[in-house]
Design a protein around this ligand. Structure first.
Ligand code: ZN
Length: 243
């Protein structure tokens, strides 16, 4: 820090910090989603999740249904074959055997049909729910698109403002000695935005304006001497004389 005009450097740091805080505010503004859009995005995502879940359930029910359906077709074929063979039976005993087989197959077909009907109902119910949800989503889409577009335009405007400010900031920073600038920036990063602050006189003592700690007399003295940059022993911020 040798050879640095401390009071000039502090002056420049305060101006730079003003610009930095303005940039911080602008960045926060850019990142803040309009509540209307945040809410609609949230609703949209919930409904998309619901839709995905319904589609998965439909897929699972359809799989069960198709398995049953295949088995039913197979049983029906076997039953038809047994009925055809029964007509060719050469004895009453053989005819009775076919009759028993046909009876067994019929029972199995009835049982399986009874299990399959609720699956068909469930598929119909899910298909209707999916359609209703898709219609709801289609109804929300134009408003969502409109809000997203509005937000894009808002961000674009703010980003242009940010860019202009950042260029100004870069010009200001270029005039500050590198070591001072780096120290200030490191503190600002660690301390959420404020790298340089002032002492405030409270009765006969001095406090750090940023963290309120009471400063030891020798620290306050050094700040007044202004020979080098002095930092608050508590929060580490660069200290300047009271304004
Ligand atoms: Zn402090």
């Amino acid at each position: 820090m040798m050879g640095v005009d401390v009071s000039a450097a502090l002056q420049e740091l305060f101006q730079l910090q003003e610009k930095d805080l303005e940039l911080d505010r602008l960045r926060a503004e850019i990142e803040k989603l309009p509540p209307e859009l945040a809410e609609l995005r949230n609703t949209w995502e919930q409904k998309i999740d619901q839709l995905t879940e319904l589609k998965e359930r439909l897929k699972a029910v359809r799989r069960d249904y198709e398995k049953n359906d295949l088995e039913l077709k197979d049983l029906s074929q076997k039953k038809s074959k047994a009925q055809a063979e029964q007509l060719q039976a050469e004895s009453a005993r053989e005819a009775t055997q076919y009759e028993n087989r046909i009876q067994q197959l019929s029972t199995r077909i009835d049982e399986l049909t009874e299990l399959t009907l609720p699956l068909i109902e469930e598929m119909e119910r899910l298909e209707a729910a999916i359609q209703a949800l898709e219609e709801e989503l289609a109804g929300l889409k134009p408003e969502l698109d409109r809000l997203e577009e509005e937000n894009r335009a808002r961000i674009e405007g703010l980003e242009a403002q940010y860019q202009a400010l950042a260029e100004e900031r870069a010009r200001m920073a270029a005039a500050i000695p590198g070591a001072v600038l780096r120290e200030y920036e490191a503190i600002r990063r660690a301390r959420r935005g404020v790298g340089v602050t002032r002492m405030v006189k409270v009765k006969e003592t001095f406090r750090c304006e940023a963290c309120s700690v009471q400063l030891p007399t020798h620290v306050a003295q050094k700040v007044y001497q202004g020979q080098r940059l002095i930092r608050c022993p508590s929060c580490g911020r660069i200290l300047a004389r009271p304004s």
